[in-house]
Design a binder for this molecule. Structure first.
Ligand SMILES: CC(C)(COP(=O)(O)OP(=O)(O)OC[C@H]1O[C@@H](n2cnc3c(N)ncnc32)[C@H](O)[C@@H]1OP(=O)(O)O)[C@@H](O)C(=O)NCCC(=O)NCCS
Length: 345
């Protein structure tokens, strides 16, 4: 443990401390709390993590990620994560807090938020963004907590699940439509476990586009800087966390440029569930069903190369109507509602 970030008053036994990643027992405790909170909230739809993933993510050189543990009278009761997705100097801190069910309504969640808010101020951030998930459409009860923390809701994201295999009667007509729209002008290629070196620059450009293009209006991000090295770092961190990654791209045959991508990753902590992280099509190449084409290519690769995976999870903003339409056509169904809550500092 490092120093307490918000030492509690002397008459309280509640402490919130930043986790020292070199202390295995604390990383393990953090992982346990994260998984127990997720299971209590979402059951089978919880995204389970592992010590390897937590460590790999916290060690990514392109981001700042810190973990916090709350202890009451020495017993771990809650946890928090603090992320500057764009690395040092990012002005938005993305935070998550979870309290073990038996430790709730005693001020633990508030103390963890206060500690991370203090850290955000210390690092010069102008906002914290709380990431809150619920199996209920109205977000309760976690949404009430975020309101109490002084946040305003900025974004609603649907957590979706697709059970595999997708029936042929859904897949075949979609495949025909995607192929007829994209075949002549674009080539669809898929890589897994390692990204080809000659994709890196274009892939970085696509990631930068995504950070400004995906509907995120209420948060009003400035966009993130991505370069080839950052894409490589992302892939290496997934492998370090025991992940298997699949990525499909669309290449414009006229220029050889990557103009769309979609990626999936499955970790050993959830060997049967792949999470789809990002999908983007460059503005000038939209309208050719490339988003659908790269998603279908990923599903084909899962079926052929990683047949143990029986479900795909993804998260789509409610105002991203086009992506939601594609996901619904594929058969994704809503299993959770995730809200982003902003607090101006
Ligand atoms: C949300 C969560 C972190 C709250 O932790 P907690 O330690 O119970 O929070 P606190 O005791 O500091 O609550 C502060 C205030 O928030 C509100 N609040 C918290 N939990 C609430 C609930 N279940 N229903 C209604 N209001 C609630 C109350 O106003 C509370 O003050 P009060 O107890 O004096 O009435 C915890 O329930 C949890 O881990 N939930 C699952 C994960 C999650 O939703 N995390 C939020 C993501 S940012």
């Amino acid at each position: 443990m490092t120093d307490a970030v918000n030492p509690a008053s002397s008459d309280s036994s509640l402490r919130v401390d930043r986790v020292d990643l070199a202390v295995d027992a604390d990383v393990a405790q953090w992982t346990r709390v994260r998984n127990e909170v997720g299971l209590a909230l979402l059951g089978d739809d919880a995204q389970l993590t592992s010590v390897e993933i937590v460590r790999a993510m916290a060690q990514r050189s392109d981001q700042v990620r810190e973990l916090y543990l709350a202890r009451d009278a020495g017993q771990v009761v809650g946890a928090g994560s603090f992320l500057l997705p764009g690395g040092p100097g990012d002005t938005d801190a993305e935070v998550w807090v979870g309290v073990l069910p038996e430790g709730r309504r005693g001020g633990v969640g508030s103390a963890v938020v206060a500690a991370m808010e203090a850290r955000a101020r210390e690092l010069g951030c102008s906002r914290v963004v709380l990431d809150q998930t619920s199996p209920r459409e109205d977000g309760l009860p976690g949404s009430q907590f975020c309101v109490e923390m002084g946040c305003r809701q900025s974004q609603l994201v649907l957590g979706l699940r697709l059970d595999l295999p997708v029936p042929a009667e859904i897949l075949t007509p979609l495949q025909e439509r995607a192929t007829s729209a994209s075949d002549a002008a674009y080539e669809i290629l898929t890589a897994w476990d390692e990204i080809p070196a000659d994709w890196l620059d274009d892939r970085a450009h696509l990631a930068s586009e995504l950070s400004t293009e995906a509907p995120d209006a209420a948060i009003d991000h400035d966009g993130e800087h991505w370069d080839a090295e950052r894409v490589r770092t992302l892939w290496l961190s997934r492998l370090a966390g025991g992940g298997r990654a699949v990525e499909s791209v669309a290449i414009d045959r006229a220029t050889g440029q990557l103009v769309a991508f979609s990626d999936l990753v499955a970790y050993a902590s959830m060997p049967h569930v792949a999470s789809q992280s990002d999908t983007v099509v460059l503005d000038e190449h939209r309208g050719h069903r490339l988003g659908l084409a790269v998603k279908l290519a990923n599903l084909r690769t899962l079926a052929e190369e990683l047949p143990d995976i029986t479900a795909v999870r993804t998260w789509t903003a409610i105002d991203n109507t086009h992506m939601l339409a594609i996901n619904r056509e594929l058969g994704f169904r809503v299993v959770e509602w995730t809200r982003m809550w902003v607090k101006e500092l």
